[in-house]
Design a protein around this ligand. Structure first.
Ligand code: FES
Length: 386
């Protein structure tokens, strides 16, 4: 165990390229209860969260290591009373700060304070392109109207805005509406991100999975909008991988470009890494960010491609997709070193496609994300959305 305050200049030589980005999950508390959330089902409690001084040290250490961008996330980062202080620290140490927010609990005054502290960018989630769908998915009445107002307040300050829409069965029919919404809100960028099935989203897979035909139509609509709006709106798309032929380059490769810090301070190579048994995660309470990035067993477990099976070693895409997703490989094969089952070369490829087809036909209620261990509420989706 090292002195947590040790600077990177005093630690090991950086043989490993530094990360570009860090996801700072400041808290798992959130006013929304989205069933597609990728946070773990066992959410971290407020009493376990890092204090302000520790987060400030983590931000300083990240900058010293070479991190360029910090994504202040959660849960809802604005649930932390010290958010303004943390944004100010980002500005002081030269980190580009991106606030990933639901936008429902930040007053205009608080937003102004964040702006004055040096906030660089806001990424605002919309669960639907209409009030009905946003409120159904987030389980928060009034959320849509508040989000729209918040977007206006962001733009009035001149802050760049990205609209993020996680796509699933309940809103996949609204692709064109999301595009119109982003334009109406004067967003610079729209992220159309099909749900990735980890954490709460995995629990809700049978309630969220769209049909293949819906996915193909959504992809076509995104492409058409991209062509139509070149130069006006940038549209990023994250494709749904259960129906795909090739795996996604999850995290752009394990331990290559980014790291996550959980609310209690554990350094993770990806948001679902804790589902992989046997990995040892170091905590910022005991280790510097540089030590975690360069030396921690979890980060070194799947760096590069050496761990991949023989079939991947000769694949020309091995340094494009980096073997896909370790967590998905574990989920489907029981072995995190296997090729991602999404890859058409995987013996499990047909199984994952079949899973998607079966789940898309199931009529399951949402299990809403919340802190509880007892039987969760179950609410049916509106018939028109299924
Ligand atoms: Fe863990 Fe993809 S989510 S490697």
């Amino acid at each position: 165990m090292s002195n947590a305050a040790t600077t990177t200049a005093e630690t090991a030589a950086p043989a490993i390229a530094p990360p570009m980005g860090m996801l700072a999950e400041l808290t798992h508390r959130c006013p929304l209860q989205c069933p597609y959330c990728s946070n773990p089902v066992e959410l971290e409690r407020r009493s376990d969260e890092l204090d302000t001084a520790t987060w400030q040290r983590v931000l300083r250490e990240a900058a010293e290591l070479g991190v360029l961008q910090v994504h202040l996330s959660g849960g809802e980062p604005a649930a932390r009373r010290d958010l303004v202080e943390l944004v100010r620290t980002c500005a002081e140490v030269g980190l580009y700060s991106n606030l990933i927010t639901a936008g429902v609990n930040i007053t205009p005054e608080k937003l102004r304070e964040l702006y004055d502290a040096g906030l660089d960018h806001v990424q605002l989630s919309f669960q639907g392109a209409t009030a009905e769908v946003t409120e159904q998915v987030s389980n928060l009445p009034g959320a849509h109207a508040r989000k729209r107002a918040f977007a206006g307040e962001v733009r009035a300050l001149g802050l760049p805005l990205t609209v993020n829409a996680v796509i699933h069965r309940a809103n996949i029919h609204q692709i064109d509406d999301f595009v119109e919404l982003a334009l109406a809100l004067d967003a610079r960028r729209l992220e159309i991100a099909h749900a990735q099935y980890y954490g709460w989203a995995l629990v809700n897979r049978a309630a969220l999975m769209p049909r293949r035909g819906q996915v193909m139509e959504a992809i076509d609509r995104v492409e058409a909008a991209r062509q139509r709006l070149q130069g006006r709106l940038t549209i990023d798309a994250v494709v749904p991988d259960y129906y795909a032929r090739l795996p996604k380059p999850c995290m752009n490769g394990w331990g290559r470009q980014s790291l996550n810090i959980t609310p209690s301070g554990r350094g993770l190579p990806c948001h679902a890494a804790e589902t992989i048994p046997g990995l040892e995660f170091w905590n910022v309470r005991e280790h510097s960010v540089a030590e975690i990035w360069q030396q921690s067993p979890a980060f070194n477990a799947f760096r590069g491609t050496d761990f991949l099976p023989d079939a991947c070693q000769s694949c020309e895409r091995r340094e494009i997709d980096w073997g896909g997703c370790r967590c998905q490989a574990l989920m489907m094969t029981g072995d995190a070193t296997q090729m991602d089952p999404v890859c058409e070369m995987s013996p499990y490829h047909d199984d994952i496609q079949q899973l998607a087809i079966i789940d898309a036909e199931r009529d399951e209620p949402f299990r809403y994300r919340r802190f509880e261990r007892r039987r969760p509420d179950r609410v049916r989706q509106p018939a028109s959305e299924t």
